[in-house]
Design a protein around this ligand. Structure first.
Ligand SMILES: [Zn+2]
Length: 246
């Protein structure tokens, strides 16, 4: 009996000790949490807001054509679909590095978005809508029967719109690279383009140059040229995002 009582006493003491250790730990944790919260409450909230606002801007990158649809072709046999995919993926990568949420209408050459041209374009717009994109940029290369025609051509919905502002930003950044000329902005209201006409996002279509022109083609088929075009387009989208915030 005596032994039992002693053991019992030891157990009680151990329990009491454990309890006090646990209570102290709980108090320490609570105290720490409270002091972090009270000393940098603003900071914690600011960070949360920052992350939230950065993630809420969505850009849809649309590398034109793909799979069976090769688009136009350079004299050396490079397809538009391959150039715009490389440029598009690079644009997206830069934007992602800047905390922008990016969605792509295609990320490879296998994806077949539709059984025909119309279906394909419909799917591209659907991807933009499903992801609630704020900005949609379709990337293409131009061609013309007259090989002397060159330049950066931008398409948007209508004059004096945010779409036109985005188109101008992209054109100006590309023009800074000095590889070609600047062409007039074209409006889809005069000559409908499905991906712009049916898009809820602020949208623009960029023709980075003419594959039928020797000089344009040399630049846009080169790895360096494609990287520079991608940087310029991404830079334009980032500055456009800032300008519409004001
Ligand atoms: Zn095209």
């Amino acid at each position: 009996m005596k032994k039992k009582r002693k053991r019992y006493k030891i157990r009680i003491e151990r329990l009491a000790f454990s309890f006090s250790v646990i209570s102290m730990l709980i108090l320490l944790v609570l105290n720490g949490a409270i002091s972090i919260f009270s000393s940098s409450k603003g900071k914690v909230n600011d960070t949360t807001l920052l992350v939230k606002s950065k993630q809420s801007f969505v850009v849809c990158i649309d590398p034109g054509h793909g799979a069976y649809d090769r688009g136009t072709e350079s004299a050396s046999g490079v397809f538009e679909k391959d150039i715009v995919l490389k440029v598009g993926l690079k644009v997206g990568q830069i934007l992602e590095n800047n905390n922008i949420k990016v969605v792509y209408t295609r990320k490879d050459d296998e994806t077949i978005l539709g059984s025909d041209d119309r279906e394909d374009l419909k799917k591209r717009v659907q991807i933009s809508h499903d992801n609630k994109a704020d900005v949609f940029v379709s990337i293409h290369c131009n061609s013309y029967k007259d090989a002397s025609i060159k330049g950066i051509e931008l398409w948007c919905d209508e004059p004096n719109t945010k779409d036109e502002l985005l188109a101008k930003d992209i054109q100006n950044e590309l023009y800074k690279l000095k590889y070609t000329e600047k062409r007039n902005i074209k409006y889809q209201s005069n000559s409908p383009l499905y991906v712009l006409k049916n898009n809820d996002a602020i949208s623009a279509l960029v023709e980075i140059g003419y594959l039928t022109n020797k000089d344009d083609s040399k630049f846009i088929t080169s790895k360096d040229g494609q990287a520079k075009c991608a940087e310029a387009i991404a830079k334009a989208i980032l500055s456009f995002k800032e300008s519409i915030k004001k």
